[in-house]
Each structure stands twice: as C-alpha cells, then as structure tokens.
Design a protein around this ligand. Structure first.
Ligand SMILES: C[S@@+](CC[C@H](N)C(=O)[O-])C[C@H]1O[C@@H](n2cnc3c(N)ncnc32)[C@H](O)[C@@H]1O
Length: 271
C-alpha cells in the first residue's frame, strides 16, 4: 500500500496505525508512508523492534502448536488478531488438526478486510469485527457463535493487544469476563509490552504511539502476571518470548538472549 490513491474508502492513511506499523516491523507490505515513518521512528529509538515483533509471532506459533498438539484445544478466539502474515493461527493449527476452528477478531477495518480476503476459500476459520473493550459483543456475535462452541474448551488469544487497552478500560476486568464465558480447561495466551528491562527505551518508543490511532500502556511484570487471575500458568510461566518453550522452534538467526526485550508472555489454563 504505497500510494494514497490506493487507500480504501473509510481508511485514514494519515494517522499512523498500530496494526500497519506492526506489519511493517514484520516486513509486510500492508502499510502506508505514515505508518512506515512512525515505525522508523520506533526503530531509531529501539532497533530491536523488528526482532521483537518476529519473536512475538514465533511465540504465538509455538503456543498454538502446543495447545493443539499437547493440550487438545480445537477452538481459538484470537482477539487483536492483526493483519494476516505468515504462520497465521489457523495455518499453524491446521498442521496438527485441519478441523481446528479459528475466529479472528479485530477492531480495525483494514485488518478485517485483509483477513476476510485471505479466508474467502478457507473453512473452519472466520474474521469478525469486535472490540476487546466490549467482550460481551464479541461473545454474542452470531457468526462467531456459529463456529465456536462455548460449552467446549476455547483458547483465547490476547497477543500483543492488551498494551493498547488503557487502565481506565480495566483490562483485568475484560479478561475476567472472557474467562467466565469459557469452560474450565480453556486457555489464555497473552503477550504484553513491559518497561522492566529497558525503561527509557520502552517509554520513548511508546511515546511514538501517542500520534498513532492507539496509544500504548507499559505494564510491570507484576501487573501482567495479575492478568492470569483464574488461570494456572503452564511451564515455563511468564517469561521473555524467546524463553517460552524455545526448543519446539529454535529461532534461526535470532540474536536470542542478547536482544533486550520489552515483551513478556505466558499461557494459562483456566481453573
Ligand atoms: C500489534 S498487533 C498484534 C497482532 C497479533 N495478535 C500478533 O501478536 O501478531 C495488535 C492488534 O490489536 C488490534 N487491537 C488493538 N486494540 C484493540 C481492541 N480494543 N479490540 C480489538 N482489537 C484491537 C489492532 O488493530 C492490531 O491489529
């Protein structure tokens, strides 16, 4: 999406967009000059941002593979799904069981139009518009309910999205409402940016998002851990993304531990 002339109706290409900036970090083409400029400002402050975005996707893939192959999960609700990239949830899950049902949810219309185009010939997978700040609307969505059976265990994916939820929107409460809607033995997959390891860099990078369509709230390890209330963390607990079961998918060419991180992640099983 290099030229404004190609901008679909209703899309503002003049405000940096968090989903498209992330797409740029991942080497995608679904972004506009404004997104690239903002992303480059982040990269000037924190050159590791590209590597961290890749690590986040790698964590997501490993978590999905673990849930389908080892935990027996066959239903995913991926909220804040983002623009389609390589190794999407339904593709990773289908490698283990093609019958796995995946509902992508995002509040960004650009994300939705790309996801729907990608999924037009796919069964067992849908994309619906929804906002994490209104969990009941997501849970009541008729299309989502036609695919996801909420009497059976579900994995709720909140990967790299909760830092876009401000404290005033009560993220713990939102997670609790999702947790209460799924049966025991369901899972929460979560990653979140933190200022713990490099506070100055993280705060400066987060500052860039003040001009974007959504701002970033950095949270402490303790606050992120608290988001797993009602869930039992599976091993290895809340860790850096390159430390979550890395043996299942070695990070080829990754700087690994040498890369400072702003991300913590974990997978929890509802009790
Ligand atoms: C950084 S991307 C993460 C994409 C994917 N989950 C991943 O980790 O690779 C964040 C996504 O969350 C979406 N998002 C932000 N706030 C949201 C909200 N309140 N409800 C639903 N989606 C939201 C954005 O539109 C964007 O697509």
């Amino acid at each position: 999406m290099a030229e404004d002339a190609a901008v679909p109706t209703g899309i503002d290409s003049h405000i940096p967009n968090a989903a498209r900036m992330y797409n740029y970090f991942l080497g995608g083409k679904d972004n506009f000059p404004t997104d690239r400029e903002a992303a480059e400002r982040v990269l000037t402050i924190a050159p590791e941002a590209r590597e961290l975005a890749r690590q986040n996707r790698a964590f997501l893939r490993r978590a999905v593979r673990y849930l389908v192959a080892e935990a027996g999960i066959r239903q995913f609700v991926d909220i804040g799904a983002g623009l389609p990239t390589q190794g999407n949830v339904h593709e990773v899950a289908a490698e283990v069981d093609p019958g796995t049902q995946v509902a992508y949810v995002d509040n960004d219309p650009v994300v939705l139009s790309h996801a729907r185009a990608l999924l037009s010939s796919t069964t067992n997978t849908i994309a619906v518009q929804g906002d994490l700040r209104d969990p009941e609307a997501i849970l009541d969505d008729p299309e989502l309910n036609s695919l996801i059976d909420f009497t059976e265990p579900v994995a709720i994916l909140l990967v790299a999205v909760l830092h876009f939820i401000s404290d005033s929107d009560k993220p713990d409460d939102l997670i609790g409402r999702l947790r209460d809607a799924v049966p025991r033995g369901s899972y929460l997959v979560l990653s979140h940016v933190t200022a713990e390891e490099r506070p100055d860099t993280a705060h400066q990078a987060a500052e860039v998002y003040r001009d974007a369509n959504m701002s970033v709230t950095l949270r402490s390890r303790e606050r992120i851990l608290g988001m797993f209330d009602g869930f039992e963390l599976v091993e290895p607990g809340l860790v850096r993304e390159d430390e979550w079961r890395p043996d299942q998918e070695p990070l080829a060419g990754s700087a690994g531990r040498a890369t400072p991180t702003w991300f913590l992640c974990g997978v929890g099983r509802s009790m």
